[in-house]
Design a protein. Sequence first.
Length: 231
Amino acid sequence: MERSVAFVREYLGDVARSLGRAEPLAAQVARARGAETRMRERFGTNTHKGALFLGGMVLVARARTASDDELGLRLALGRAAREVRPLLANEGTHGAAARARFRVGGILREVADGLPSVFEVALPAFRAALASGEDGDAPSFRMLASLMRTVEDTTALHRCGADGLATLRADGARLDGVLDERGPGGAAAFLRERNAAYRAANLTMGGVADLLGLALGWLAWRREIPHEPRT
């Protein structure tokens, strides 16, 4: 998992360099497809397929706005999503099957709508936790809880159907309650217990994870959490 995360970073650097050369959107899409192929060949999995797509789209939008203004970024994301959709090959994927079966928008709607799960759900939860005096891991756990309660996670739907998604949403509410009662230490213990249960049930929340990672990356870029120096 750690090696594949490092691979995502390599890919994002490749996309950033492509954007710096003012290459067309089709060139960034081609890089994403190539990265998916290499990831499967190197690691035997497409675990971070959603992260490749989301991260690449945010870089495209950020390059177009040349600003950290969140409204401007969201508008640019929507425009880029409309341009990129005809270039995608979505049929035959687990996500496409889950979207069709359960009539949800999934990751494509997220991007087309300017990532509401990040900018209207996760980031407000993090910032509200900080404003109320929570520290340590608590603000990040609040983001996770908010995403679990709201995201139409097609990975969970593919693995475990509507019951799986309902479990995520119920556990997101429970996570908030544990934070209220026992703080981040209790929340970490709760998540370890739920992780074991999810593994036994073959339930995953890949969409939640991708959006959480994107939110954390944006907060680091904005210097709202500790981060590596910008380059």
